[in-house]
Write a protein that binds this ligand. Structure first.
Ligand code: ZN
Length: 120
C-alpha cells in the first residue's frame, strides 16, 4: 500500500483557498474594467492568486476555529486582496485565449498576439 493511501490526506484543507475565492468573487463584482469571466480565466486568476499567498493548511478533523480566527488577521487579508488584484491584472493583460469584447473600436480579429500589455 502506498504511503499516500495509508492516510486520509483529504482532511488537509487550505483555508487560503476559501478566503481567496471569496475575495475574488468580491473583487470581480466591482471590477471597473472589462475582463473575461469564463471558467478558464477565473480559474487562472485563482491559481495565480493562490500561488502568491501563504497557504493556510489545517486538518479538518480539528474543526474550523483556526480559519475563523485567521479571517480577522488584517495583514493576511490585505495580502490576499493584493494577490488577487495582481492576478486579475495579469490575466486581463495576458489571457490564455483570445478575448473579444463587443467594442467596435478595438477589433483584434486576426491578431493572436495582442500588444495590449500596458506597464504601470
Ligand atoms: Zn476567458
Amino acid at each position: 500500500m502506498a504511503f499516500i493511501d495509508q492516510y486520509d490526506f483529504d482532511a488537509l484543507k487550505n483555508d487560503a483557498e476559501k478566503m481567496v475565492l471569496q475575495e475574488l468573487g468580491r473583487q470581480l463584482e466591482v471590477y471597473p474594467d472589462k475582463i473575461c469571466l469564463c471558467n478558464e480565466c477565473v480559474l487562472d486568476i485563482a491559481a495565480i492568486a493562490l500561488n502568491a499567498v501563504k497557504p493556510l493548511y489545517h486538518v479538518s478533523l480539528l474543526g474550523g476555529l483556526y480559519a475563523a480566527a485567521i479571517e480577522d488577521h488584517s495583514a493576511y487579508g490585505e495580502s490576499i486582496k493584493e494577490a488577487i488584484s495582481t492576478a486579475i491584472e495579469k490575466v486581463r493583460n495576458n489571457p490564455s485565449h483570445d478575448v473579444k469584447f463587443d467594442e467596435p473600436d478595438e477589433s483584434s480579429d486576426s491578431a493572436d498576439d495582442t500588444a495590449e500589455v500596458q506597464g504601470h
